[in-house]
Design a protein around this ligand. Sequence first.
Ligand code: TMP
Length: 215
Amino acid sequence: MQTGIFISFEGIDGAGKSSHLQAVADAFRLQGKTLVQTREPGGTALAEKLRELVLHDAMDPLCEALLVFAARRDHLQQVIEPALARGEVVLCDRFTDATFAYQGGGRGFDLQVLSQLEQWVQALPDGRLRQPDLTVWFEINPAVAAQRLAAARVPDRFESQPQTFFQLVHEAYEARARAEAQRFARIAADAPMEAVRQAVLNALSASGLLQAEAT
Ligand code: TMP
């Protein structure tokens, strides 16, 4: 029986999500929760190898989609499901919404094929689909994100895409958030850092997953 909590963090590159993940982890720790902080693609030895390929090697969109779902399958089996079964809190930097946004929106890959892969990879023994209990979406204007990225490290295969790519990724996130509004907490990520941090913690309290005194 699952007793844990699964939270994913999403947004286009440059939205600043990873820096706020730590604040969420600290808040859960303060409440005595055991945490798993992880990321996609990645989170296991195999999935981290697949991440390297996806981020740096040229490949076609189907190959890219298959590799991110292969990484996800291993991650679910080795890390996420066991942690949830132990009643822990899993904080995951990106999950399947990123595939619908980047491969579906950005690359224009067939959404029905992605849905089929999602079914195969995330099906639970009782037939339900594993999805995060909450997805914190850092929503930012792609032009602002592009400015932030320009000052950042050497870009990978996604970060080096033009702003038009990120506009499509953004729109695909928007469509996922609209379709599953109850799962998504939308955070205005172009606000000052402290305001974003507080908005994230407030959203977690409002969802009932984090007790209010931690915020
Ligand atoms: P990160 O830089 O936030 O760790 O994400 C790695 C990159 O991988 C990011 O540019 C988004 C991309 N990505 C996909 O294209 N598809 C996916 O399913 C996931 C999880 C990430």
